[in-house]
Design a protein around this ligand. Structure first.
Ligand SMILES: Cc1cc2nc3c(=O)[nH]c(=O)nc-3n(C[C@H](O)[C@H](O)[C@H](O)COP(=O)(O)O)c2cc1C
Length: 526
């Protein structure tokens, strides 16, 4: 090993000497400067105590950090196959980019996926397809206590804050939503000036109560009511948890609290702000439901709901019991899957805490059906929704509509560099660095957002027509098949015990009985 390094150094010096000789006098000065700089780096590397690799391999050890830094790009450009990149494979990313740009996204020569692999899924088409619907359907959101219902598109921009995303990205998303007639969730960072470009807003509030926060970090009812009255705000949204990091709070370091962020979030400039893992305004299912009712009142009757990544079925059932006892229902519930994205989260949480969307969505849908409440509460789903087929699958599994975060980021130029937490996003999407944001040209990207959403919904409409259906309401779990073993295929209907409307109240299915009995509207059971 030592011999290799000696040879490498001698070889490089020899090369430099040849170059210097070729350049003459100026060349020797340059060589001296370079060698002195390298010597300085080498001394620093040997003396520093932070990185063992640099102490043992001064100068050359920096290559490791360089390579680590560009690993996602190297992986994408040289290693990953079209269908195995993560979180989004190359084929999916290409569909989003091409759709957003309005380019031909047809795929030649057949699938590259292994259709005999366990876990492979496909939709059941009809031998007698029908013509696609003429116009994209919308979903009415608003239960009995809502006085200003909202008609939601089938695909919308999922919650992502200004602060997590750049000002340019937020503006492009909002302008795209305005052009395409779909909704844009503000994320927990409140309504910023960059959201003010005409796109319908869903105002999200989390435990930090940004945008409606008292000086001591509580919920400011008057401020909430004032901002929720804005005609651009169509719905309000209480965030309980998020799939990529359920059960943890957030910290916004003082250094990031600029004048603009401070004004947007109602917090003091330069001071670190904490979003606790839990809400102060409720601690039981009953209090949660009553708080949702209060938010809706304060919002002048606009649809109000909550977002969660499901933890346990018992918790969901406890919330349903609270709804029944208090006769208060949210207008919508957003179910986020463990596969969902984030600007930053500990890897343990993204990888191993929280329920994936398929199971979480099934539980929320079945629970509301069983409690006889499904007709009052709409369900939104988020978690790697990117294509028309994703949209169809989620609706078939119980959602009424879907939200996408990372696919929308890609529509504004994200290349999945996975550096959202470093402020060095190479495309200006997830950074507060004004120089990097310049890369994102708002009018062009806004158009892409609108085009991507429109074409994805149209593709979903086409798929539904190929399944012989005339509306999304006709989709059923039996229409999605999954290979569960070699030569064995099941439908999604086989995975869940059927639930009749109101059945939990009279005769809970055997596999639900224990959870239903344990569910307590006055306690979240650990
Ligand atoms: C950069 C980024 C920021 C996010 N910020 C929020 C947020 O403020 N509030 C929230 O509820 N979810 C937030 N999310 C989660 C998304 O809204 C969404 O639930 C999740 O990413 C799943 O959707 P996806 O798979 O389409 O990305 C964020 C996600 C990303 C990628």
């Amino acid at each position: 090993m030592v011999r290799f390094w000696v040879l490498a150094v001698l070889g490089s010096l020899g090369l430099v000497a040849v170059l210097a000789a070729a350049l003459g006098g100026v060349g020797w000065v340059l060589v001296a400067v370079v060698l002195l700089a390298l010597l300085g780096v080498a001394v620093h590397d040997v003396v520093q105590t932070e990185h063992a690799i640099l102490r043992n391999y001064p100068v050359l050890g920096h290559m490791r950090f360089l390579m680590e830094g560009i690993r996602p790009e190297l992986q994408q450009y040289f290693i990953e196959r079209n269908y195995d990149g993560r979180p989004f494979d190359r084929n999916t990313r290409s569909v989003i980019y091409q759709r957003a740009k309005g380019e031909n996204e047809e795929h030649p020569f057949g699938t590259e996926r292994d259709v005999y692999e366990v876990g492979y899924e496909y939709l059941v088409h009809s031998t007698a397809p029908v013509p696609p619907m003429d116009t994209p359907p919308r979903v009415r959101i608003g239960g009995p206590d809502c006085t200003q219902p909202y008609d939601m598109a089938l695909l919308n921009v999922s919650a992502m804050s200004f602060g997590s995303l750049s000002a340019h990205a937020v503006e492009a998303l909002n302008r795209g939503a305005a052009a395409g007639g779909f909704a844009h969730d503000t994320g927990e960072g409140a309504i910023s000036p960059h959201h003010r470009h005409g796109g319908d807003l869903v105002w999200e509030v989390r435990s930090g109560y940004f945008g409606c926060r008292t000086a001591d970090g509580g919920f400011d009812e008057a401020e909430f009511a004032r901002k929720a009255a804005d005609p651009q705000v169509k719905m309000t949204h209480l965030k309980l948890s998020q799939g990529a990091k359920p059960g943890i709070g957030g910290v916004l370091p003082g250094g990031k609290v600029t004048q603009e962020i401070a004004e947007t979030r109602d917090v003091p400039v330069g001071q670190t702000v904490i979003s606790p893992a839990y809400h102060q305004v409720f601690s039981t299912p009953r209090e949660l439901v009553l708080f949702i009712g209060r938010m809706r009142e304060l919002a002048g009757g606009k649809p109000t709901g909550f977002k969660l990544c499901v933890g346990s079925r018992t918790d969901v059932l406890a919330i349903c019991k609270a709804m029944l006892e208090e006769q208060v229902t949210p207008d919508f519930v957003t179910v986020d899957g463990a596969e969902g994205g984030t600007g930053a989260a500990p890897g343990e949480y993204s990888d191993h805490v929280g329920m994936p969307l398929t199971e979480g969505l099934g539980i929320v849908h079945q629970s509301l059906v069983g409690a006889g409440l499904r007709d009052r509460v709409a369900i939104g789903a988020s978690g790697k929704v990117a294509t028309g087929v994703d949209l169809v699958k989620r609706i078939l599994q119980g959602a009424d509509y879907t939200n996408a975060a990372r696919a929308m980021m890609m529509a504004v130029g994200c290349i999945q560099a996975q550096s959202c937490h470093t402020n060095t996003c190479p495309t200006g999407v997830a950074t507060q660095d004004p120089r990097r944001q310049r890369a994102l040209v708002v009018p062009d990207k806004a158009e892409r957002v609108a085009r991507y959403q429109r074409e994805t919904v149209e593709q979903a409409m086409q798929v539904v027509a190929s399944m012989g259906l005339r509306s999304f309401e006709e989709l059923e779990p039996r229409m999605l098949r999954r290979r569960v073993g070699h030569g064995v295929v099941s439908s999604y209907a086989d995975f869940t015990e059927p639930m009749r409307p109101g059945q939990l109240l009279t005769d809970p299915p055997a596999s639900w009985r224990a959870d239903w009995e344990r569910a307590d509207p006055d306690r979240f059971v650990p």
